[in-house]
Design a protein around this ligand. Structure first.
Ligand SMILES: Nc1ncnc2c1ncn2[C@@H]1O[C@H](COP(=O)(O)OP(=O)(O)O)[C@@H](O)[C@H]1O
Ligand SMILES: N[C@@H](CC(=O)OP(=O)(O)O)C(=O)O
Length: 439
């Protein structure tokens, strides 16, 4: 049996956390391939090393003195090395980093050093081989992850070693330049490694005992989810449940490898199993709730819209031409609404509005900002009548004004749009009606 284990930044924030991780790995000989993140926050006011690196590099790029910032980053690693009692020096590594920063090697290179250095420490601590992710994980010139090349080279490379540490979050272009995944991307590296070695399980260790029914930062101590399907999880992680990166399921899903989310601070807890399919029913009608703030709704009205063939295409073209992706498009007989990310849209809004007028000739275009989207997800919802009704009566009782409803045809999820300021209340109301009343 082979297990691939990824440890998040919270699990590797200090020497004390490293020791817990060491115990977990040593307690099971099948934990052969380890993917570490960069050191995360030691407490809620702390800063993640990745954020320190971004800030330090921004100073370097602006031609400012960045020595003190780099020194603070070095101190984080030295504290870990000392706490573990390792005979290891990162002096040379930091000289190279300083030189690269001066030569403006780019923020991707800068951010990647967080996992790179942590990987070197982890390999020394465990006595495992260190495999630099830049030599085994590849991106094409367009910046897209090159799955085929990676799989070939990574699986060949890992066949040559019994046990290895592969830092998360980054890889390289053909020419060797470092490129990172998006934030939280070490989860993706773990999944890629698990796929490449055809692992029996991909364990993703974090600071919560698995996926919880709702975000613990909004709901106090929500219950955990024992088993969840890849599809349900994708909906939840895409909509803001940050435990697992939304793209981390693809490499393991292809190989049918289950993911087990575990807690470094409570290693005996079973955590959550993420599987292709299951006959296990979830404890509640819903499996989970997640949501994100910061959306805009562009409402487009045109009389007799329903009879105009091609109207929807023209509307979406106005967004496509401006490089904006859309989230949801609920529509009525004479109205159509396009939900977009506010931060992507804000600079281009007037260009989009004029393109809408030029392409689709609407009667009216109106923009609403500061909206939140909430996903209520559950494989059990399909067979349960009245789920939507319960959601809306709960929201009405909580005085939350529902601005949009969208139910996917798979009936796996219901998406609700509310104003940003109603976000927490709406999540609490939905949680109460489905979970609290049954607890
Ligand atoms: N539904 C959820 N279940 C569990 N945790 C959640 C959920 N939604 C959001 N979170 C947050 O995700 C955090 C874990 O993700 P992350 O910070 O990326 O961990 P790591 O540093 O281990 O990669 C938890 O501490 C919790 O605050
Ligand atoms: N360190 C990177 C990548 C990552 O996945 O981190 P974490 O496992 O702590 O979420 C980040 O902060 O984005």
């Amino acid at each position: 049996m082979t297990k691939v284990v990824k440890f998040g930044g919270s699990s590797l924030a200090s020497a004390e956390q490293f020791m817990k991780v060491g115990d977990i790995i040593r307690s099971d000989a099948e934990r052969k391939f380890v993917v570490p993140s960069a050191p995360g926050k030691r407490n809620s006011k702390d800063t993640k090393v990745t954020d320190m690196l971004y800030a330090c590099y921004a100073a370097a790029e602006a031609g400012e003195d960045f020595k003190a910032q780099l020194k603070a980053i070095k101190a984080r690693y030295e504290e870990i090395i000392k706490g573990l009692g390792l005979d290891l020096s990162l002096e040379e590594e930091f000289k190279t980093i300083e030189k690269q920063f001066k030569e403006k090697a780019g923020d991707n290179y800068a951010a990647s050093r967080g996992e790179y250095l942590n990987g070197i420490i982890m390999a020394a601590y465990l006595g495992y081989e260190f495999v630099d992710a830049a030599t085994v994980i590849f991106f094409g010139e367009n910046g897209e992850f090159d799955g085929e090349k990676t799989k070939k080279i990574l699986s060949e490379r890992l066949k040559k070693t019994e046990r290895a540490v592969i830092p998360g979050f980054y890889g390289a272009y053909e020419d060797g330049r470092v490129k990172t995944f998006s934030r939280g991307g070490s989860d993706i590296t773990g999944s890629i490694v698990a796929g490449a070695v055809k692992a029996d399980v991909y364990e993703n260790w974090t600071d919560v005992s698995g996926f919880l029914v709702a975000d613990p930062r909004i709901i106090d101590a929500p219950p955990g989810i024992d088993t969840i399907t890849y599809r349900e999880l994708r909906e939840l992680s895409y909509m803001g449940a940050t435990v697992l990166h939304e793209d981390a399921i693809f490499p393991v899903r292809k190989e049918g490898i289950p993911i087990n989310i575990r807690n470094t601070n409570a290693p005996l807890d079973e955590g959550t199993w993420i599987v292709e399919s299951t006959c296990q029913k979830s404890k509640y009608v819903i499996t989970g709730i997640a949501g994100k703030k910061g959306f805009c709704a562009v409402n487009i009205e045109k009389d007799m819209m329903n009879s105009q063939i091609g109207f929807g295409r023209k509307v979406l073209q106005a967004f496509e031409d401006n490089g904006i992706s859309f989230e949801h498009v609920p529509s009525g007989i004479d109205t159509m609404t396009v939900f977009v990310h506010q931060d992507e849209f804000v600079d281009k809004e007037q260009k989009v509005v004029s393109a809408l007028h030029r392409l689709a000739d609407p009667d009216m275009v109106d923009i609403e900002s500061d909206l939140a989207l909430i996903a209520v997800v559950g494989r059990g919802m399909k067979s349960m009548r009245g789920t939507a009704g319960r959601i809306f009566s709960a929201l009405a009782h909580a005085n939350v004004n529902v601005r949009m409803i969208d139910q996917g045809s798979s009936e796996l999820n219901i998406i609700i749009g509310v104003s940003d300021e109603d976000f927490d209340n709406a999540i609490r109301a939905i949680y109460n009606i489905f979970v609290e009343v049954q607890l």
